[in-house]
Design a protein around this ligand. Sequence first.
Ligand code: THU
Length: 134
Amino acid sequence: MTDQDAALFAAAEAVRKNAYAPYSNFQVGAAILADDGKIYAGCNVENAAYPVGNCAEPSAIAAMLAGGGKRIRRIYVTGPGTMPVTPCGGCRQRIREFADLDVEVISHGVDGQPLVQTLGQLLPHSFGPEFLNK
Ligand code: THU
């Protein structure tokens, strides 16, 4: 693992501890390496009205935008257990808004091996901002 990946993993794990997940008890952390060279992290935030809860990835995206980052260069997602936590369908689309298709999405279970996939692999034939000339 490179130093940069170790820092991303550590950031995802650190923020995961702050996840608010009393309903699923499934704490997720996400850490983005942004175009400004900084790491931005976010956790899942659940709600008693279940559908209103949000995933870790949009929290990290919001932190990136709030901090001045514009594009995702690399993203880590970590969760409990050994199975790599891959972004849900909605989060793949949210990542798509801010990342190129060759950006690597690394999923880590705490004790497991990393699963490395490009955004294009996770979300083939996807719809994105360029369809709207953005
Ligand atoms: N979760 C995430 O934070 N990211 C994902 O990509 C998958 C699911 C969260 C949502 C919910 O709080 C918990 O994991 C169980 O689904």
